[in-house]
Design a protein around this ligand. Structure first.
Ligand code: URA
Ligand code: SF4
Length: 208
């Protein structure tokens, strides 16, 4: 059955700041993902950050703790930010989709990629966060984030690591930190991390 998805718009308070948006997101019924998740995971970080980082959706740990990027991918992100000379306290970190999508396999909850329909339904939250933070640069961590921010399909390998414009905002696309974790060989992992760091350095140089 195809679920109908009204989208998040009617739950997003107009012109709200980050704190009011975070208070409101738990009530969102813009798509069906709220049903199985523990809680909504809103963005976190500096309210007027120059860099806004967008991931895909909360993972298992984030769903339980209610904070973005606190699990294994978050550790990679911290390491990459540090290597790029960016303080995590100076950025704002969020996700394209605010509720965890997963499949249960026995006791495990296996991450499932959100569909474009979930990304589109959840976009009003990301738009409201972006308006409130008003960053100089938006960093898209992976293809789902890039789809959400640029509003079109993006091949990360082709568009990563250089400033792109949405007309209104400057955007830098890079890989998702979990892509680093998926590399089996140590050398491949190091290369992937170095690429992520290099793209973050590009983002840190963007000034409006
Ligand atoms: N992966 C994401 O995309 N976001 C998180 O918050 C955690 C893992
Ligand atoms: Fe609302 Fe986004 Fe959660 Fe769907 S995933 S219910 S649109 S906050």
């Amino acid at each position: 059955m195809v679920e109908s998805r009204p989208g998040a718009q009617e739950w997003v308070p107009d012109g709200a700041g980050i704190a009011a948006l975070r208070d409101a997101v738990g009530s969102c019924r813009g798509c069906e993902l709220w049903r199985n998740a523990t809680q909504a995971v809103f963005g976190d970080g500096k309210a007027n950050a120059r860099i806004l980082l967008v991931g895909e959706q909360p993972g298992d740990r984030e769903d339980r703790e209610g904070e973005p990027f606190v699990g294994p991918a978050g550790r990679v992100l911290d390491e990459a930010l540090d290597a790029a000379g960016i303080d995590r306290d100076d950025v704002y970190v969020t996700n394209a989709v605010k509720h965890f999508r997963f499949e249960e396999r026995g006791k495990r909850r296996i991450h499932r990629r959100p569909d474009v329909g979930h990304v589109v339904a959840c976009a009003p939250w990301l738009e409201a966060e972006t308006a409130a933070v008003d960053p100089d640069c938006i960093v898209c961590l992976g293809a789902t984030a890039a789809r959400a921010v640029l509003g079109r399909p993006v091949t990360v390998g082709q568009e990563r690591g250089r400033p792109l414009s949405t007309g209104e905002r400057t955007v830098v696309v890079t890989i998702h930190p979990s892509a680093v974790l998926r590399m089996r060989e140590r050398a491949a992992r190091e290369d992937a991390l170095a690429g992520l760091v290099a793209d973050l350095v590009v983002a840190a140089r963007v000034r409006r």
